[in-house]
Design a protein around this ligand. Structure first.
Ligand SMILES: [Zn+2]
Ligand SMILES: [Zn+2]
Length: 229
């Protein structure tokens, strides 16, 4: 059985699913998308007894990355991800926080930018990095192949997909990423989204009105383009 364990902690008024994931063998772990409510996140660390060794970010939106800088500094741990194309969002987290009336969010500079095909480790567990632009240009997804689970941020939701009307979003790129990069990983892969319930790629392939087999003709999909203004 895979040593991967996970606890999901919804944070912020956006009910963003921060995951505390860990390797049961080493009891070393990571936060995926710590958006806020640091005391609640630290409570989960205490309850599980995990030693948090890094922060993983799927993308640069406030509800996902708002608490990353502070936790990184407090625990002296690195931030890995997202892709470099998220720099414009991570550099204005404080401004976004002011706009939405958030407390305490800070701008953030990852220790390591990630590219498609990179790997990240948590304890002895290896995750594959898949670059999935569309919701934001530098969004990445973390896939753990043995445990058959993916952390997909705001790329894909149960029955829906991420918004593409935000800055530098691209509907075509998002559909392309989901159909051509995520679904081929296998119908049995479960995923944790940034918001809402878990699902599987197979279920979405069957039922999701945006990306199901009945809704999309893969031959019509255009390769993603750089939507930088
Ligand atoms: Zn987002
Ligand atoms: Zn979100």
């Amino acid at each position: 059985m895979s040593p991967l364990r996970a606890a999901i902690i919804p944070v912020t008024p956006f009910r963003q699913n921060t995951s505390l994931i860990w390797c049961e063998k080493t009891m070393r772990g990571a936060f995926v998308d710590p958006g806020g409510e640091i005391p609640r996140l630290m409570d989960a660390v205490k309850q599980t007894g995990v030693t948090v060794e890094k922060i993983l970010l799927t993308h640069g939106h406030l509800d996902h990355a708002g608490a990353a800088a502070e936790i990184s500094e407090t625990l002296s741990i690195p931030i890995e991800g997202p892709h470099r194309d998220e720099d414009f969002l991570l550099a204005k987290l404080e401004a976004s926080a002011a706009k939405y009336g958030f407390q305490g969010a800070r701008n953030c500079t990852p220790t390591r930018w990630l590219d498609d095909g990179d790997q990240v480790t948590v304890g002895e567990i290896v995750f594959e990095v898949v670059h999935c632009p569309g919701h934001t240009p530098g969004h990445v997804v973390f896939v753990q192949k043995e445990a058959r689970i993916a952390f997909v941020g705001d790329v894909l939701f149960k029955g829906s997909i991420g918004r593409t009307d935000l800055e530098r979003g691209s509907f075509d790129s998002l559909i392309h990423a989901i159909r051509k990069k995520l679904f081929p990983l296998g119908d049995d892969i479960q995923f944790v989204s940034g918001h809402g319930d878990m699902s599987t790629f197979g279920w979405e392939r069957k039922c999701n009105p945006y990306v199901a087999d009945f809704a999309v003709d893969d031959d019509d999909l255009e390769a993603p383009h750089d939507n930088r203004a």
